[in-house]
Design a protein around this ligand. Structure first.
Ligand SMILES: NC(=O)c1ccc[n+]([C@@H]2O[C@H](COP(=O)([O-])OP(=O)(O)OC[C@H]3O[C@@H](n4cnc5c(N)ncnc54)[C@H](O)[C@@H]3O)[C@@H](O)[C@H]2O)c1
Length: 444
């Protein structure tokens, strides 16, 4: 039976990655990034045949829930995270939840490895090497050559900076992490023959299309000409075009998708899925995992959590004059566990790649149902049993009145559809606030 271990051992791995002290004295790689790892609780070592899903940014909000779902589905997982916006305690909670799940189901506990590492570090190559076997192959000219066969069978890339507001003041930091980092990562993966790639994109890539007030379809943003059968059965050729990308953050996601589409077009060995998340909210019902950013919270639900905790006096509502049922903006809230399951469907889609010829494909992950900001607030007030103070302010530049996903492509091609609703999101979030002892009002 497997267990939770950190994989890098002195015998199988580069010395620069070995660090026996748990998160106290990080080593510095030659390019200045910290290298750190959790200790192996049971001292196990991975076998040379175990296959892994690499999850980059796997201790963050969406990443941690996805890692949990992967483990619950029996996948071995290798997490890389530099903890710039997360905490190592998340790893411990993932371990607890997985162990409990596996005990209940009577199934073996998959392997879970963690490396505290910046994914832009040159040490990534050394790490990937330690998850590869050198095998002899015969090339087209009939000669024997040695090539890497990686035990990493899929990569899910969450690591990025994600604050729209911050991206406006520090755009280079955003382009460096979200775009330049991605390019280097793809080169490194290519070197190790790892071509199964899932990318965290965002509904923000639709730019001004969101202003049309219609559900956003993946066809509304393509990176290469694509043909599409419309509702009346006519074939339409879609051309790449986007306007109204409202922030450097939005542009990083757009550029990243465009790069991925180009890479896939150039080499069909790649199987790349871009998942365009709408508004992920909620958390695992256990209350052990949630959204606890190190930086300032800017998304609606983390801010609501802080208001409930007493850490903020009130919620700023941006705009009460949108053309919606109560005047507040409409968003497509989607439970983070549904988003997590979407990644497992995307990995399965890539595994079926031979049966379709899309080396790059984008999918929306949204509920398809819009809720207003006020409805979201009310759902949380109902479970918390208390009023959330509001402050009414004007519209924020770059905001749109309504942003809702079309879920048809994800449903028909990925076989994915959401299971949870807004009430469940609110109940799970409130449970997280209570379990984490975050409520500073003393009422719980
Ligand atoms: N949360 C949302 O509402 C939302 C919506 C659309 C898209 N996304 C995208 O989904 C992804 C995950 O979002 P999240 O909400 O989980 O964010 P998050 O900040 O909670 O998680 C990102 C994780 O990546 C890590 N990280 C960042 N840069 C890194 C680097 N250079 N090397 C190693 N680790 C690094 C952080 O420490 C963090 O643990 C991001 O790419 C984000 O842009 C999020």
């Amino acid at each position: 039976m497997g267990s939770y271990v950190d994989s890098v051992t002195s015998s199988s791995s580069p010395a620069s990655l070995v660090n026996s002290s748990p998160l106290t004295a990080p080593e510095l790689s030659d390019d200045g990034f910290e290298i750190h790892r959790l200790p192996s609780p049971l001292g196990d070592r991975p076998s040379d045949s175990a296959e892994f899903i690499l999850v980059i940014g796997g201790l963050g909000y969406i990443g941690s829930h996805t890692v949990l779902e992967l483990l619950r589905e029996g996948h071995n997982v290798l997490i890389i995270d530099n903890l710039s916006n997360s905490y190592e305690s998340v790893m411990h909670n993932i371990q607890i939840l997985t162990a409990s799940h596996c005990k209940q189901k009577g199934v073996p506990v998959p392997l879970l490895h963690f490396h505290r590492l910046d994914y832009r570090s040159r040490s990534m190559r050394l790490l990937l090497e330690s998850y590869s076997n050198l095998v002899m192959t015969i090339n087209a000219a009939g000669q024997q050559t040695m090539t890497y066969r990686s035990r990493i069978v899929g990569v899910i890339h969450f690591a990025a900076h994600k604050s729209v507001v911050e991206s406006i003041t520090t755009p280079l930091q955003y382009y460096q992490n979200n775009v330049c980092g991605l390019v280097s990562l793809l080169q490194t993966l290519d070197q190790y023959g790892i071509y199964n790639f899932i990318f965290s994109s965002s509904a923000t890539v639709y730019g001004a299309k969101a202003n049309q007030g219609l559900p956003l379809r993946e066809e509304d943003l393509v990176h290469h000409p694509e043909s599409y059968i419309d509702k009346s059965g006519h074939s339409v050729v879609l051309q790449p075009s986007v306007t109204g990308l409202s922030s450097p953050y939005a542009r990083t996601k757009y550029f990243a998708e465009a790069i991925l589409a180009d890479v896939a077009a150039a080499n069909p060995a790649w199987r790349i899925v871009a998942l365009r998340y709408f508004n992920p909210v909620g958390c695992d019902p256990s209350g052990l995992l949630g959204e606890s950013p190190r930086g300032e919270a800017t998304n609606l639900y983390p801010v609501l959590t802080q208001v409930l905790m007493g850490a903020r006096p009130r919620l700023n509502v941006f705009g009460s004059d949108w053309a919606t049922r109560d005047g507040t903006a409409i968003r497509d809230f989607i439970h983070v566990l549904d988003v997590a399951r979407g990644h497992i469907s995307a990995l399965a889609w890539n595994d079926r790649a031979k049966r379709h010829d899309n080396s790059f494909r984008a999918f929306n992950l949204g509920s398809g149902n819009g809720a207003t900001v006020l409805e979201a607030v009310q759902s949380l007030e109902a479970v918390a049993g208390r009023e959330i103070p509001l402050s009414w302010t004007g519209r924020r530049p770059g905001d749109v009145g309504s942003c809702v996903a079309s879920t048809e492509r994800a449903r028909t091609e990925l076989g994915w559809s959401p299971r949870e609703n807004l009430v469940q999101c609110a109940a799970d979030l409130w449970n997280f606030v209570r379990k984490a002892g975050l409520d500073s009002t003393g009422k719980v």
